[in-house]
Design a protein around this ligand. Structure first.
Ligand code: NDP
Ligand code: GDR
Length: 323
């Protein structure tokens, strides 16, 4: 039985990856950081099938202990301060978690067992102010936020441990991927939840930032398979994972309202609100996942429209339950 350790097990992607690995017959371990309240809602349904260990990206000893205890074949580093907007308010902490945290985990692997395979959650935010369209593995990075800068560091240190120590260390450069389990602060879930609440008369309006930025949005459930496929290759490498299609925030908004039968949503939306505007915006992202198609045989299964409708439907069901 193969063993996998996932950092950030309480997060969106980890919940889908854990489900996927359990189905493949893995023994799954996940790390959480200590908090005063339990935060396991995304993994409640599989909690009895996985083993939770303590591990904080700020504390290398805790990462080494988690490795010693779980003895994994594969480590998926999904933990991070992942909200771009917060990275301007907490740039140093974002660097500690999202950049140096990767080195701490790689150092733990190097010292505990360098044969462990390592996956790093890199991001399309590294492309930022894009220099080429669509973006692929060789596109130059120009990050636009402290988060993006931290992810570039994480990406390069992963490459460096591969080249310096021969560790099987790969990076998935994943474009935005969403789901009904997405955090409520991210724009897709913020919209799907607000639309559900507005249609049920629980909320009057939703305040957003810029509606023009375009993202290449996929479904998280499809993307975790790509992570696993990267770890099954003979050689570690880096891959862009994307749908190859992009849409403006405005299009997401429009489709979400249409999913509840509202065609004219102008009275419900307040755009360009200050707290949601970013000091430096990423205007246009679209990925070229040709390498992943060719080498991994990976393709996304869920369309943009299916994704929007899935998220609105799930929020409607949740909001109806929570009177
Ligand atoms: P989430 O924000 O849903 O999950 C992040 C996880 O990291 C949570 O479990 C969180 O724990 C944990 N975490 C945060 N700080 C620490 C720390 N100091 N020590 C240990 N754990 C910590 O993110 P996603 O699931 O969406 O993303 C997974 C990874 O993929 C992240 O690295 C993200 O940056 C990256 N990524 C995501 C993309 C996306 O579109 N979703 C696209 C490209 C990359 P807690 O619950 O305690 O806060
Ligand atoms: P992003 O996702 O920054 O792409 O990072 P987010 O959903 O936060 O923003 C997407 C775009 O929507 C615009 N926007 C708003 N965003 C939020 N959060 N709230 C709003 O009210 C709002 N209004 C407009 C933003 O300006 C932006 O252009 C996500 C994260 O998952 C990262 O961890 C990951 O690396 C990248 O995707 C790929």
């Amino acid at each position: 039985m193969k063993k996998a350790l996932i950092t950030g097990i309480t997060g969106q992607d980890a919940s889908y990856l854990a489900e996927f690995l359990l189905k493949k017959g893995y023994k799954v371990f996940g790390t959480t950081r200590r908090s005063s309240t339990v935060n396991n809602e995304r993994i409640e349904h599989i909690q009895d099938k996985i083993t939770i260990l303590q591990g904080d990206l700020l504390d290398q000893g805790s990462l080494s202990s988690a490795l010693l205890e779980s003895e994994p074949d594969e480590v998926y580093n999904l933990a991070a301060q992942s909200f771009v907007q917060t990275s301007w308010n907490q740039p140093v902490l974002t660097g500690e978690f999202t950049a140096l945290g990767v080195t701490r985990l790689l150092e733990a692997i190097r010292t505990v067992n360098p044969k462990i395979k390592f996956y790093q959650a890199s991001s399309s935010e590294m492309f930022g102010k894009v220099t080429e369209t669509p973006q692929k593995e060789t596109t130059r990075f120009h990050p636009r936020s402290p988060y993006g800068v931290a992810k570039v560091y994480g990406h390069y240190i992963t490459m460096n441990y591969r080249e310096s120590f021969g560790i099987f260390a790969c990076s998935g450069i994943l474009f935005n991927h969403e789901s009904p389990r997405r955090g409520l602060e991210f724009v897709t879930r913020k919209i799907s939840n607000a639309v559900a609440r507005i249609s049920l008369n629980k909320q009057k309006t939703v305040e957003l930032g810029a509606l023009e930025p375009k993202r290449d949005w996929g479904f998280a459930g499809d993307y975790v398979e790509a992570m696993w496929l990267m770890m099954q290759q003979d050689k570690a490498d880096d891959y862009v994972i994307a749908t190859g299609e992009n849409h403006a925030v405005l299009e997401f908004l429009d489709l979400a309202f249409k999913a509840v039968g509202i065609n004219d949503w102008s009275e419900y939306v307040i755009a360009n609100k200050t707290p949601h505007m970013r000091p430096a915006e990423v205007d246009y992202l679209i990925g070229d996942a040709a390498k992943a198609h060719k080498v991994l045989g990976w393709k996304p299964k869920t369309s943009f429209k299916q994704l929007v409708e899935m998220m609105v439907k799930a929020d409607l069901a949740m909001e109806k339950k929570e009177k």
